[in-house]
Design a protein around this ligand. Structure first.
Ligand code: NAD
Length: 473
């Protein structure tokens, strides 16, 4: 048996023993994960700095606190999530107990990406543990320091029978995927998602896909331009632009663009100082390969660089860069940028902006900046995206009450908070019948008669009639 098969077999045997089903076990493992994160904050921050030069402030907010909040939320709500949901009944089922029961799926595989290497590994794991599954975690090999740290810490803190970390890249993941899983949760690119789906189809394994795409940010003319520029600069250049929900491009009028550009420059100076490359609050591109992709993308663009443009390969540094005057088929508009380059496309009306968005694949997030609430509503109602946020960027994904996920090409399914628990649960429809009133049952047995059919149509109807509240039945 190869090593991956052995790990899957170990976890499957633990799952079959029923150990993960107990609420106390799930709670204890979630608490262990809290300790893992809290006890090792310093090591985690070091690893994130090694991988992405992630500033401590950004790492604490977007990796450590977001995971801890998700854990506390799951621990606080676990008991209520585990309660069955009783459903409305009709006359025909009045005496039955009818409810939805959440059951664990089994052994699930979580494949994570590198841009938030701790968050993207542990946040789905919280939902999977809360739902009572065994988990194999496959962190991204690209963020190697965090990958190593997770592989070292998870077996120290968590049940080794129920949770395992498998390291490696495409080859190891492909070999892992030859095994049967009960769910695959994948975060990464659309290209790799296709091979994940192919592998999953062999065992008919359900899959959640957390993908990317180009997240638009529409800025209307009625806007507080100073605040808009500051919020935009923060959301775009956080983690050096390597966020799946970062605004990928701006749509605005020529007048708004001209008003926005000096404010963007001012916000950059206010945030990072005059010598941005020396500022510890600005991250780096994850690897040289990713740096080269971005620089090539910029050099293929026919647009005009109006802010930034500076880069340094040995430091994997790319300055926050804004590009204008590009056509719809510009290289920067053909793929997700996933780095600190921000194209601005000018449009002549709100309608033109909405049409521009709707001509493309549905994005993971969509942003609109406007002081006019009817503009916000018009954009929300006439577009589709995984998430939607007005007058800010990224921030909507920090709330565990909101589902996080894409739609169409930006992903399938969602997680965070209760949504993650549901993703990793089977919603089992249960009807507990007794033996009473067999006389009523005879209505549905042959020989069939029109009279009985009439009674059954009435009894099975979901319509509210005075009879539906009859307490005799
Ligand atoms: P990546 O290179 O880290 O790959 C993701 C995972 O897939 C890794 O664990 C990797 O080992 C594995 N992998 C790579 N090639 C594989 C193959 N051929 N077969 C099987 N597994 C393979 O990350 P990436 O793909 O560069 O991720 C960037 C993309 O992820 C962007 O599009 C971004 O928008 C998206 N993303 C989405 C979310 C989200 O939550 N929706 C979050 C972060 C990133």
């Amino acid at each position: 048996m190869d090593a991956h098969k052995q790990v899957v077999a170990r976890l499957r045997s633990a799952f079959s023993s029923g150990v993960t089903a107990a609420e106390q076990f799930r709670r204890a493992q979630l608490l262990n994960l809290v300790s893992l994160v809290k006890d090792n904050e310093h090591l985690i921050l070091n690893a994130l700095h090694k991988d992405l030069a992630k500033p401590k402030f950004e790492a604490v907010l977007s990796e450590i606190e977001i995971v801890l909040n998700e854990l506390y939320h799951a621990i606080d709500n676990l008991r209520s999530w585990l309660q069955p949901d009783y459903v409305n009944k009709n006359i025909a089922t009045k005496l039955d107990e009818c409810f939805v029961r959440r059951e664990p799926l089994g052994v699930v595989l979580i494949i994570a990406a590198w841009n938030y290497p701790l968050q993207l590994a542990l946040l789905p794991m919280v939902g999977a543990i809360a739902a009572g599954n065994c988990v194999i975690l496959k962190p991204s090999e690209v963020s190697a320091a965090t990958e190593r740290l997770l592989a070292e810490l998870i077996p120290k803190y968590m049940s080794q029978d129920c949770y395992a970390v498998v390291c490696g890249g495409a080859e190891e993941t492909e070999s892992l995927l030859e095994n049967r899983f009960d769910h695959i949760f994948y975060t990464g690119s659309q290209k790799v998602a296709r091979s994940i789906l192919q592998a999953a189809s062999l065992h008919l394994t359900p899959v959640t896909l957390e993908l990317g795409g180009k997240c638009p940010c529409l800025i209307s003319d009625q806007v507080n331009i100073v605040a808009a520029a500051r919020r935009l600069v923060w959301a775009k250049f956080f983690n050096a632009g390597q966020s799946c929900v970062a605004p990928d491009y701006i749509l605005c009028s020529m007048a708004t663009r001209d008003a926005l550009l000096p404010e963007v420059c001012q916000a950059l100076v206010d945030f990072y100082g005059k010598e941005l490359q020396k500022c510890p609050d600005y991250g780096r591109i994850v690897t040289e390969r990713h740096w080269i992709r971005l620089i090539e993308l910029l050099s293929k663009s026919k647009g005009r660089v109006v802010v930034g443009g500076k880069s340094q390969q040995d430091e994997k540094f790319i300055a926050p860069t804004v590009v204008v005057d590009l056509l719809e088929n510009d290289a920067l508009m053909e793929e997700e940028i996933f780095g600190p380059i921000l194209p601005i496309i000018t449009v002549e009306s709100l309608e033109e902006g909405i049409n521009y968005i709707n001509r493309r694949e549905k994005p993971l997030a969509l942003y609109v900046f406007s002081e006019n609430s009817s503009v916000v509503t018009t954009v929300m109602e006439n577009t589709s995206s995984g998430g939607f946020c007005s007058n800010d960027g990224i921030i909507h994904m920090t709330l565990p009450g909101l589902p996080f996920g894409g739609v169409g090409a930006s992903g399938w399914g969602n997680y965070h908070g209760r949504w993650g628990f549901e993703t990793f649960s089977h919603q089992r429809a249960c009807m507990l019948r007794g033996w009473a009133l067999e006389k009523i049952n005879t209505l549905r047995y042959p020989p069939y008669t029109d009279k009985n059919l009439g009674w059954l149509r009435w009894a099975a109807s979901a319509k509210k009639t005075p009879w539906n509240s009859c307490t005799l039945l």
